[in-house]
Design a protein around this ligand. Structure first.
Ligand code: PBG
Length: 322
């Protein structure tokens, strides 16, 4: 007790603070999400996400190389299709943007870990994450399509497939499809506790995936629940998930901590588009210090228990942390 105990003694210099720092974010914690579009020579800034781009495969290779030079080791790919339809058929088209990008990345930058987002909402005309009938998203028939998409990513060379749809049973179905094709080494990161969140707004503009009717509350989780997050994570682990994710990150730091404490498995957290764009917007007005706020946010997510952080700030953060 004071005056014997004076916590300020260890805060007197940066050297002392570093000596006793409990949580350190390092570039290898970060996964850098990228949006792949059809075409050539495309590098178009996403209006709602300043600093993020729609990239054609050639431009994506350049961005991946630059990110690697900044210290990034992992990328997550989202695909924007040429054409959308009711079932999202381009999601499992071997020659679509994501599959082409994965093959090119594995060829040019084999040292990078390639994650692919597995979902239908970017590919369906109605913008929902599964097959729609009478205004409802059907669970079991959707599983087959997700498995096809995941397998097509794996065949292109993806290291980790990441289903983000929130259908029940999808991890088991995807694991079965991968193993049935001899792809035992391909890992699954499941978006296990994914909440129906307002913070995906900018992403939906980037992916053109805003639902054309209704919303995603019939499959994504209610923000009030955290016991249910443990149920979701437990199920996904039983079904064969290798890494489980909580999404979004900042409004759900308590959920990240509960998941880590309960299961002691690799936990990921997604610092989503709305979290990113809020920070960019406030900083562009001079209201907050962008670099400090960004590192503070990433540190808080890691301190909460995340081993892996998906963030659009990845490149810049990696440079600052180097
Ligand atoms: C697709 C998907 C979404 C995000 C990742 N995968 C959007 C959604 O569920 O509407 C959000 C990513 C972000 O906001 O950064 N299902």
């Amino acid at each position: 007790m004071f005056p014997l105990t004076r916590p300020r003694r260890l805060r007197r210099s940066e050297a002392l603070r570093e000596l006793v720092r409990e949580t350190r974010v390092v570039p290898s914690d970060l996964v850098y999400p990228l949006f792949v579009v059809p075409g050539k020579g495309v590098r178009r800034e996403i209006a709602a996400m300043p600093g993020s781009y729609h990239l054609s495969v050639d431009e994506l290779l350049a961005e991946a190389g630059a990110a690697r030079d900044d210290g990034i080791r992992s990328l997550l790919l989202f695909g924007i299709p040429e054409r959308k339809d009711e079932r999202g058929t381009e999601a499992w088209d071997d020659s679509a943007a994501v599959q082409t990008a994965v093959r090119a990345l594995k060829d040019r930058h084999p040292e990078l870990i390639v994650f692919t987002d597995v979902c239908l909402c970017e590919y369906t005309s109605h913008g929902h994450c599964g097959i729609v009938e009478n205004g409802h998203v059907l669970n079991d028939p959707t599983l087959e399509l997700l498995a096809r998409a995941a397998l097509s990513h794996a065949r292109a060379g993806a290291d980790i497939v990441a289903p983000s749809d929130m259908m029940d049973g999808r991890v088991a179905r995807i694991r079965e499809a991968l193993d049935g094709d001899g792809r035992h080494e391909v890992a699954i990161l499941s978006y296990a506790a994914k909440y129906a969140s307002a913070f995906y707004g900018p992403f939906r503009e980037a992916a053109g995936s805003t639902p054309q009717f209704g919303d995603r509350r019939g499959y994504q989780m209610d923000p009030g629940n955290s016991d249910e997050a443990l149920l979701e994570v437990g199920l996904d682990l039983e079904e064969g998930a290798d890494i489980v994710m909580v999404k979004p990150a900042l409004a759900y730091l308590d959920v990240i901590r509960r998941v880590k404490d309960e299961f002691r498995v690799p936990v990921a957290a997604y610092n989503v588009s709305g979290e990113y764009s809020m920070l960019q917007a406030a900083a562009s007005r001079g209201w907050i210090d962008r670099e400090r706020a960004m590192l503070e946010v990433l540190t808080s997510i890691k301190r909460a228990g995340a081993d892996v952080i998906l963030t659009y700030h990845a490149r810049e953060a990696a440079r600052l942390l180097a």
